[in-house]
Design a protein around this ligand. Structure first.
Ligand code: GLU
Length: 437
């Protein structure tokens, strides 16, 4: 116990700096490192362990070869990163996207550690991905890709090791293939190896809507605390999938007006409020908001300057930057996506008095219901949807109230407050477990 403490100066002198700690290295991992630096002064004696958070525990890169329908062989790069397992097994989604990189998956896995600790579910943080445009694959190709990837990462995942789930461009069907592949390899059906499965395969009621419901829940809590009426509030939403679509529906049901929606097919606007159920049906049928009758079209840039009270980025990271943050008119930004706001943009929004509800608390509803799914799989006893939703809302409200309190106490942003709560939990667990050997 009386050994030299791991101060950064001491650490730097005896071990080499991993490439991903290079301060010149930007991108999502660089942003995450900046967020950790911002919170370090608030960690007290636990700051001794902070280096733990700056290095993923384990990162696996796999080659995923598949035979395409035309008989040729294609290779894709896949990843699974376990950022931290101090509080429990790794947990986090798998994303299929042509722009996925190791650095991005590392950052997403770290944000999972923070998120899981922030809502106090007993998990560490992990994330996976394949660098592929799944829209270019047939169903058969997508299945072979998913199965080969699962088999390759099978050496580090498992119901008590690391539990994948859906993320961008992955869904219940892909989770069913992952569960089946893992189960075939271990020789018994292991439903708890992934969450976000179809309900008939050990999935949980309410899981598909859970992230959007969590976004709505923290939005309502923050609105109460800041005196912003939801009734009549104008909303702009980027991304209209599970997260953005569900959040928009719940806000509209509560009396808000969804005035603008942007996705990869374009930006639509209606100052009187879009018909959300009709838009959900249109997106279901057409794959995007483009071409929706009953709305005007805006340029993608104009979206950010729309007059509204609430802005919900629910697509990809790095969307709110120093180039567009100044134009934002909303009073509140609720981050449905992971990492949508860069640190420079965070500062601009803060100076303008815009309240940002950060991803690491705002979109934690998905993993919270993933946790319920995993518990239900272990006990083979399933809860009603009302029970799931009520438990979800309770966890989100309590976690948000805790973070709000820390933000007031230290006079910091909600992002820094969430990091304070989460990093303390992770590093306290780290300290109690101690270093092995
Ligand atoms: N992909 C979701 C997220 O980013 C859910 C992860 C999970 O349920 O494990 O939070």
């Amino acid at each position: 116990m009386s050994h030299p403490t791991g101060t950064p100066g001491h650490a730097a002198s005896i071990h080499t700096l991993p490439s991903y700690l290079d301060p010149q290295h930007l991108g999502p991992w660089g942003i995450y490192l900046q967020q950790v630096d911002r919170v370090t002064p608030y960690l007290g004696h636990l700051a001794r362990w902070v280096e733990t958070l700056k290095r993923p525990k384990r990162a696996l890169i796999v080659d995923v070869p598949i035979e395409l329908d035309n008989g040729t062989i294609a290779h894709f790069e896949g990843y699974r990163v376990q950022h931290n397992t101090s509080r429990g097994p790794g947990k986090g989604g798998v994303r299929f996207h042509q722009d996925v990189t190791l650095s991005e998956v590392m950052a997403l896995s770290a944000w999972m550690s923070i998120k899981n600790a922030a809502v106090n579910v007993p998990y560490g943080g992990a994330k996976g991905g394949i660098r592929v445009d799944p829209k270019k694959l047939s169903m058969g190709e997508l299945e072979r890709l998913t199965r080969r990837y699962t088999s390759e990462i099978g050496i580090i995942i498992g119901p008590s090791k690391d539990i994948p789930a859906p993320d961008v461009n992955t869904n219940g069907q892909i989770m069913a293939w992952m569960m089946d592949t893992y189960s075939m390899n271990v020789g018994s059906t292991a439903t708890g190896v992934v969450t976000g499965k179809p309900v008939d395969l050990g999935g949980s009621l309410g899981r598909v809507e859970a992230t959007g419901r969590g976004v709505f829940t923290v939005g309502v809590e923050a609105a109460k605390l800041t005196g912003l009426p939801i009734e009549g509030a104008r909303l702009a939403v980027q991304g209209f999938g599970n997260v953005g679509g569900t959040a928009a529906k719940l806000f509209a049901d509560a009396g808000a007006k969804v005035v603008a929606v942007q996705d990869h097919t374009g930006t639509i606007f209606n100052g009187k409020g879009l018909d959300v159920p009709a838009l959900l049906a249109h997106v279901q049928a057409r794959g995007g908001v483009g071409g929706f009758a009953g709305a005007d079209t805006l340029s993608n840039d104009e979206f950010w300057a729309v007059d509204c009270e609430i802005l919900i980025p629910a697509a990809l990271e790095g969307q709110i930057t120093q180039d567009n943050a100044g134009k934002i008119k909303a009073k509140m930004v609720i981050e449905g996506a992971n990492g949508p706001t860069t640190p420079e943009a965070d500062d601009i929004l803060h100076d303008k008095g815009v309240l940002v509800l950060p991803d690491v608390i705002a979109n934690a509803g998905g993993v919270t219901v993933s946790y319920f799914e995993w518990v239900q799989d272990f006990s083979s006893f399933f809860w009603s949807e009302d029970e799931i939703n009520a438990r979800l809302v309770r966890i989100m409200q309590e976690a948000f109230a805790g973070v709000w309190h820390v933000a007031q106490e230290h006079k910091v942003s909600l992002r820094t407050a969430t990091f304070i709560v989460a990093c303390q939990r992770i590093l306290h667990a780290r300290e109690m477990r101690g270093l092995y050997p």
